[in-house]
Design a protein around this ligand. Structure first.
Ligand SMILES: [Zn+2]
Length: 55
């Protein structure tokens, strides 16, 4: 299995826990915690794709 560690798109720390992700016009974003995800959402409100686009 290839080790493809992501880094948080807000603070740059390693993403240890999967699940804090968002789909945006700029691609999939991953975050290290709920806090970073929330802040990113606030800063980039208009960048998100509709929830219905998730699978
Ligand atoms: Zn973070």
């Amino acid at each position: 299995m290839t080790d493809t560690k992501k880094v948080c798109d807000l603070c740059g720390l390693a993403v240890e826990t999967p699940g804090f992700t968002l789909k945006t016009k700029d691609g999939d974003k991953a975050f290290c915690c709920e806090g970073c995800k929330g802040i990113y959402q606030l800063l980039n409100e208009d960048q998100f794709l509709p929830e219905s686009d998730r699978d």
